[in-house]
Design a protein around this ligand. Structure first.
Ligand code: ZN
Ligand code: ZN
Length: 345
């Protein structure tokens, strides 16, 4: 083992409780795994769903965080393409079985035995983490560590949602947070027209959307000035599904981009009729990651971030829950003399 035997981490012992700042054993990489010193870890709404108990299968106690950027410190046996010093991104998809019908058909995001970072595998709210090398991505030099972190989930899931929206030119986005701010830039780069829906009266989010190229912004209770070809819902609010269905044209698509949503209220069949579609997005494939991380510096996607020290994770989560963030919160490990003696970056 190189470096310290212990590390600081924010740990969730049970849902509905604050994370606790703890000193725990530093993990060691097994075969096929890399030990990564975390430089930055963005805070995703999914982390909030884990802490709030909306997602019911965490491997407790768990270190949350699945938008991780760091540097490889040590590679375990059988690791082929990563070496100490390499900068990597670690996403939500942490492991899949590799042999089920989904894994074999390009849908590893649906593997029934998949394991997820910060949910079943300890994640990045820590000084170090261990990841299966096959699920790590190289990170383009264009980005700082903190600037790249939101690309790993807000970016990847946002990108998968955008792909599900097909070739829609008039694109609506409901909920203008971390994922939407990245999708907006890619959508504009692709020549799409952007219509942004925020919480009623959320002028900060509306100004943010305008700055990122939305040609129209409004409350989610409003109708856009013209029919949309597709709409992506990032806000975890089920009542937005019928609202979005009413805003799209016949044949259009509503994409639900979140992992959790409140119940969808009953609505008249007429709102769905004329071949409108509702589709959800679940997780990501490694191919999504490769495609998006290659595209991001070409746009170039600029991430809007607010940094917090790792021990402020509860505060970052609270602000996300209360809608007080513009862009993405990113946690930076607290400086510790032991860790500072590790790899340089
Ligand atoms: Zn599988
Ligand atoms: Zn996420």
């Amino acid at each position: 083992m190189t470096g310290p035997a212990h590390m600081h981490a924010m740990v969730l012992d049970a849902p509905h409780h604050d994370l606790r700042y703890r000193t725990i054993a530093r993990p060691e990489p097994g075969p096929g795994q890399v030990l990564v010193r975390v430089s930055a870890c963005a805070v995703c709404r999914t982390d909030l769903h884990v802490v709030d108990g909306d997602l019911t299968e965490p491997a407790l106690p768990i270190v949350p965080g699945h938008e991780i950027v760091g540097h490889v410190v040590e590679a375990g046996e059988e690791v082929e393409r990563l070496f100490p010093g390499d900068r990597v991104g670690i996403p939500w998809l942490g492991w899949t079985c590799g042999h089920c019908a989904y894994c074999l058909s390009g849908q590893e995001n649906l593997c029934p035995d998949a394991r997820f970072t910060g949910y079943q595998i300890d994640g990045g709210y820590a000084e170090y983490t261990v990841a299966d090398a096959r699920y790590c991505f190289p990170i383009h030099g264009h980005y700082t560590d903190a600037g790249a972190a939101p690309l790993l989930c807000a970016g990847l899931i946002g990108y998968r949602s955008l792909v599900m929206a097909g070739d829609a030119e008039r694109l609506g986005v409901y909920g203008f947070g971390a994922a939407a701010h990245i999708v907006a830039q890619v959508a504009r780069f692709q020549g799409r027209r952007l219509f942004a829906f925020t919480r009623k009266g959320d002028s900060a989010a509306q100004a943010f959307a305008m700055r990122l190229g939305a040609e129209w912004v409004g409350g989610s209770d409003q109708m856009p000035p013209e029919q949309l070809d597709a709409a992506i819902i990032f806000a975890p609010v089920g009542s937005l599904v019928p609202a979005a269905l009413r805003a799209i044209r016949p044949g259009g698509t509503v994409v639900c981009g979140g992992i959790h949503m409140s119940d969808i209220p009953a609505f008249p069949y007429d709102d769905l009729w004329r071949e409108k579609k509702i589709i959800s997005v679940a997780n990501l494939t490694r191919r999504d990651g490769e495609e998006f991380l290659e595209l991001a510096p070409k746009v170039p996607v600029k991430t809007e971030i607010e940094t917090f020290s790792m021990d402020q994770a509860n505060e970052a989560l609270r602000r996300l829950r209360d809608g007080e963030l513009t862009g993405a919160a990113v946690l930076m490990p607290n400086p510790s003399p032991e860790a500072a003696a590790g790899t340089s970056c």
